[in-house]
Design a protein around this ligand. Structure first.
Ligand SMILES: Cc1cc2nc3c(=O)[nH]c(=O)nc-3n(C[C@H](O)[C@H](O)[C@H](O)COP(=O)(O)OP(=O)(O)OC[C@H]3O[C@@H](n4cnc5c(N)ncnc54)[C@H](O)[C@@H]3O)c2cc1C
Length: 557
């Protein structure tokens, strides 16, 4: 078989040839390519968009790296055994056992967490040492303190803050995802590693033995075939902007995403055709989103990462709270999918973020609160709570065709008043007896970051015992923003092992095929350990993939 001159399946000549073909150009792909280059492998990248960076370039650029160089410099020990307990506890709460073998996880699940811990710091150290990425501790903006993890308050988390890193910009500040991707792509360019833009990979080429030996891409000028003498690594993002896949695979309704529009899950069918086993297909990195924005377009600029305001709560169709409004976006959004088996419905499918004039003015401008709530197309308003309930009901009627005819229960208005009275008591006491809002460091510290009091708005600082809660005013107007479930991206796809090999349905590696990031079954299931979790996973497994691919035999036929 003369693979050097001919694509085995199509009979067409290969257009390009290298050791390792990397598909995508986000953080996982860029890291894989740079690591492969450091290993001495020839590498090229194939990207379907006209620009590089994917969702990684839209992100905040935070990386959650255990035992990282900034922790070590401060003398903070992030021990492997401790960190594994935190990760296992968070990702598998229903099976976690500190005393069980593999902490209660299957060997494969445990190996993935271990591989992440073992490689994450090494991966960023390589990028730093080779000048590809300048990183520093990512601190919580105006709070200027170490970033608190998303489950800081469990005893398994021995280093509850300080694992977040961010890209350092030319002026010495901490930048965003766009700056991180600029640095990584400058590094690719400086090393002469080609990036083929507007090449959409549509097919994997396997040899007669089932080994991945190349890919075929669609371009405006026709098909282009890339030969991989060693391996193919996919880091092509999730499927959140593929409506058919969202309907097919997501367990619950998902209304929109702030991911790159290129996140259409191309790898799922490409790898499926090669016999890959799929995993975590209903998974996503979740965030609440503003329904009115999602009704205009499911491609969103942002999610509701932290609902601002202290005289603010969220209620469901019954007018009752269902979640700690100040928990992290990924976990908080799970509440939209809770099923009521008696009513056979999802009572939280839409949640209503209710607030008063204090929150409207004192925190106006902190997304999703508009500068001026009154008159905003995102906001419903009522002079009284009854009037607000009527306004919500009317708007739900107008959009019924887009929400599965979601409506308010007849008890909504009465319950809303009781809910607010109860919340006001909690605010005065400083203890949320129902959902523990404000009890964890995460709630308090991220609230301070995302809910800055507008000094000139004329409202006093919150002097109640918990900064997270303030009683509602007795008088209107009152406001509501309708929230729905959304995602940063999905995180299901072909399953990998600890070497980032794509597995077949017998859990055996498909030779020569690797994956990292949101295009594969998340190695941590749906757990989001702290700010920077998803970029860190993609970066680390991209690095692991490059190193494992380095050990593949080079086909020099
Ligand atoms: C507003 C926002 C802020 C965020 N902030 C953070 C944060 O601070 N920290 C964090 O950890 N996470 C954050 N996230 C999530 C994070 O951005 C993503 O989870 C992460 O970027 C995914 O990286 P990836 O390498 O898997 O894929 P991507 O960065 O999405 O890259 C995939 C690439 O593959 C390309 N591609 C797709 N299909 C094909 C194909 N068939 N052929 C060729 N190329 C293809 C795409 O065009 C894209 O360029 C944020 C997300 C958003 C939207």
């Amino acid at each position: 078989m003369a693979l050097s001159s001919c694509d085995a399946r199509t009979g067409h000549p290969w257009d390009h040839e290298t050791d390792i073909v990397v598909v995508g150009s986000g953080v996982g792909a860029a890291t894989a390519a740079l690591a492969a280059h450091e290993n001495g492998d020839a590498v090229l990248l194939v990207e379907k968009a006209p620009t590089v960076g994917g969702t990684s370039a839209k992100s905040a650029g935070v990386l959650w790296i255990p035992d990282n160089f900034t922790l070590r410099a401060k003398g903070i020990e992030d021990r492997k055994a401790d960190c594994l307990e935190y990760m296992a506890r968070f990702a598998y709460p229903e099976r976690y056992s500190a005393r069980g073998p593999n902490l209660g996880l299957s060997a494969g699940e445990f190996d993935l967490l271990e591989a992440f811990y073992d490689n994450a710091a090494d991966a960023v150290d390589l990028l730093r040492a080779t000048g590809a990425l300048n990183l520093a501790e990512w601190r919580m903006f105006q709070l200027d303190r170490s970033a608190t993890d998303y489950l800081d308050h469990v005893p398994e988390n021995k280093v509850p803050a300080g694992r977040a890193l961010g890209p350092v910009t030319a002026d010495g500040g901490i930048g965003l995802g766009v700056h991180m991707m600029e640095q990584l792509h400058s590094a690719l360019q400086a090393r002469g590693l080609p990036v083929f833009l507007e090449h959409r990979v549509v097919r994997l080429v396997l040899d007669a033995a089932g080994r991945a030996v190349g890919v075929e891409a669609e371009t405006a000028g026709g098909a282009v075939a890339f030969r991989a003498r060693k391996a193919v690594i996919f880091a092509t993002g999730g499927y959140v902007h593929n409506p058919a896949f969202v309907t097919k695979y997501q367990r619950n309704r998902l209304y929109g995403s702030c991911a790159s529009p290129m996140a259409t899950g191309d790898f799922i069918n490409i790898a499926g055709a090669a016999g890959a086993r799929l995993g975590n297909m209903s998974g996503a990195w979740r965030t609440q989103i503003v329904l009115e924005e999602a009704l205009v377009s499911s491609e969103l600029a942002s999610g509701v990462f932290f609902p601002p305001g202290d005289s603010m709560l969220q209620v469901n169709r019954h007018g009752v709270r269902a979640v700690n409004e100040h928990r992290n976006y990924n976990d908080r959004t799970e509440v939209h999918g809770v099923y009521d088996p008696s009513a056979a419905e999802y009572p939280n499918q839409l949640m209503f973020m209710i607030y008063d004039q204090r929150t409207a003015e004192a925190f106006g401008g902190a997304y999703p609160l508009p500068e001026q709530s009154s008159g905003s197309p995102l906001v419903l308003e009522g002079a009284t709570l009854d009037a607000l309930a009527a306004r919500i009901e009317a708007r739900l009627g107008e959009i019924a065709a887009q929400t599965g005819e979601f409506s308010l229960a007849s008890s909504f208005a009465a319950n809303l008043k009781t809910t607010i009275d109860r919340y006001n008591d909690f605010a005065r006491a400083g203890i949320d007896e129902d959902f523990q809002r404000g009890a964890a460091g995460y709630d308090r510290e991220w609230y301070a970051v995302f809910s800055p009091l507008q000094a000139d708005a004329g409202w006093p600082a919150n002097e109640n015992p918990s900064i997270n809660m303030h009683p509602f005013r007795d008088a209107g107007p009152y406001y509501a923003i309708m929230l729905a479930a959304g995602a940063l991206d999905t995180n299901g796809g072909p399953a990998i092992d600890a070497g980032a090999h794509i597995l077949d349905t017998d859990d055996k590696p498909i030779p020569g095929l690797y994956g990292a990031g949101n295009c594969i079954a998340s190695p941590t299931r749906e757990a989001y350990f702290g700010a920077g979790h998803t970029l860190a996973m993609s970066l680390t497994f991209g690095y692991i993939a490059a190193n494992a691919a380095h050990g593949e035999p080079r086909d020099s036929a």
